[in-house]
Write a protein that binds this ligand. Structure first.
Ligand code: FAD
Length: 492
């Protein structure tokens, strides 16, 4: 069969551009010519340091060596996110990776946990999760027999450079220039990018990775945008890097404040910090002061402010253009999903690659899959804001009382009434993720599965006790995260 897409042009070289280039170069090396255009003058957004576990799978797909990648990007391991002050000020819960407890075919573990509570077993839900206990103890280890489920904290700028080297070694061609014009065929498809130096880069398929500018998918193809800011009102972030801290926790911190939240992300040689806020409820100067007043170590730069609109492009694949990264839309970084989303986007593109030429059916399939995935992530993020008992500010009063998508209302109702949580096939966040966040945000179920209630107390006690003690013994044996990093992948 003939390949009709012989040349792919990636516009933009932020994390999204280089992730796309790396995957296309690795997997279609012999099939396509690959060109990436980026402009140092315009630069990249330069944030995006916390990830989720599928990143490791993406690296496996590309054959990227973990130690080399971690050394190059100043990376540390991440076992979850510590949510602080979300349900009420003073609250803390972890959303860990990995599994929690052991349920049965008919009833998931939260039913056992709730029955244990009814029987007077006080241990928190997190005591049944290996990753969560290792995170709290600042420990980490790897084992060939399926050890901890983990992701990374990484330096976004260094990561883009690492992937650039990787892609160029596989034949991707990089052009440094400013795209000044996007040309179209008479039928509306994109034909070429015209650069500041007069070069004309033609192609068969174009990947828009130009960040919030969305130069191809929106400025040229006018694809349209669906806003979600009525559900997710935060629209700004002030960010600053600080010196490294004395300890190296293997988790991201997400600390809620009166009009948003603040992140703290430990890398090997520095800490990434940012304060996410809703401009309707907090001024830039208030946000800046608040961030600077809540840093663990000294700043290495002047704080800078970024603005965004939450929502998604109406189509991610339109005509012969696929948008990846910020050009395709943005959901705030509360659950660190952006990098994952464009990694999965490029994998989806590889699966549906238009070898026989771009068709509406391919684009529709790509768009439907992407929208299904994104809307579930959106609901998961809204849950953190809406499911709160905070009433100490206008912002939290708004979030607590705002109308929410029906799909999320359904999940909350199921959990509240019957402790039921679920995960559909195309969903990134697992049943346990939903359960940790719902319980952590003070959503206490009214009842649970009655099959579990019939388990005798002594048997239930022994079952729960056995899980907790095998986890604490395993955590005991792990080295500290700091020590593990020092041996495994020091960034130097
Ligand atoms: P950019 O980094 O903006 O890159 C755009 C590229 O396009 C640049 O190379 C630029 O030079 C080029 N370009 C644009 N216009 C032109 C032109 N005319 N000519 C030539 N080149 C051009 N994600 C996570 O997964 N985890 C996180 O913890 C996380 N935190 C975030 C925090 C904040 C506040 C924000 C805003 C985002 C965060 N993200 C996070 C998202 C993450 O930063 C982005 O998804 C990621 O960096 C990808 O950005 P990008 O490559 O799409 O865009």
């Amino acid at each position: 069969m003939q390949n009709n897409v012989k040349k792919v042009v990636v516009a933009g070289g932020g994390t999204a551009g280089w992730v796309a280039a790396a995957a296309l170069a690795k997997r279609l090396q012999d099939q396509i010519e690959l060109v990436l255009v980026e402009s140092e003058e315009i630069g990249t957004v330069g944030v995006g340091e916390s990830t989720i576990p599928p990143v490791a799978l993406f690296h496996n797909l590309l054959g990227i060596d973990e130690q080399e990648f971690m050394r190059a990007t100043d990376a540390t391991f991440k076992l979850g996110i510590s949510f602080e002050h979300w349900g009420l000020q003073g609250d803390r819960y972890m959303h860990p990776f990995g599994t929690t407890g052991r349920g049965s075919f008919l009833a998931d573990f939260q039913h056992y946990y709730l029955h244990g509570q009814r029987l007077g077993i006080e241990a928190p839900f997190g005591d049944y999760c290996y990753e969560l206990q290792a995170a709290l103890a600042h420990k980490f280890g790897k084992s060939s027999q399926g050890g901890l489920s983990y992701a990374y904290h990484l330096d976004a700028g260094r990561y883009a450079r690492f992937l650039r080297q990787f892609s160029e070694a596989l034949g991707a061609k990089r052009i440094e220039s400013n795209i000044q014009q996007v040309e179209q065929h008479p039928n509306g498809d994109i034909s070429a990018l015209v650069l500041a130096d007069g070069q004309r880069i033609d192609g068969d398929l174009f990947i828009d990775c130009t960040g919030f500018r969305a130069l191809l998918i929106e400025q040229t193809l006018k694809t349209g945008f669906e806003r979600w800011d009525h559900w997710l009102p935060c629209n700004k972030a002030v960010v600053v890097q600080t010196e490294s801290a004395a300890t190296l926790p293997p988790y991201t911190r997400a600390m809620a404040h009166q009009a948003g939240w603040q992140w703290r992300i430990p890398l090997q040689s520095r800490v990434g910090n940012g304060l996410v806020y809703a401009a309707d409820f907090l001024s830039d100067e208030q946000a800046r002061q608040q961030l600077l007043g809540n840093l663990e170590t000294a700043p290495l730069m002047e704080p800078r402010v970024l603005s965004y609109t939450t929502g998604r492009r109406k189509k991610f694949w339109h005509r012969n253009c696929v948008a990846l990264g910020l050009s395709s839309g943005f959901i705030e970084p509360l659950e660190s999903t952006s990098i994952y989303l464009f990694m999965n986007g490029v994998i989806r593109l590889l699966r549906l690659f238009p070898f026989a030429g771009v068709t509406d059916a391919l684009a529709d399939e790509y768009n439907q899959q992407s929208i299904r995935e994104l809307e579930k992530i959106r609901d998961f993020i809204i849950l953190h804001y809406h499911q709160t008992e905070r009433s100490d500010s206008e912002f939290w009063n708004y979030c607590r009382t705002m109308p929410i998508p029906d799909s999320l209302a359904h999940r909350i109702e199921l959990f509240r009434d019957s402790a039921l949580a679920f995960q559909t096939g195309d969903e990134m966040f697992r049943l346990e993720s939903w359960t940790h966040v719902m319980l952590g945000q003070r959503l206490q179920p009214r009842s649970y599965h009655q099959l579990v209630a019939s388990v005798p107390a002594a048997e239930m006690n022994a079952h729960l006790q056995q899980i907790r003690s095998s986890i604490s013994q395993a955590v005991e044996r792990l080295p500290s995260h700091q020590e593990f990093i020092r041996q495994y992948c020091p960034s130097g």
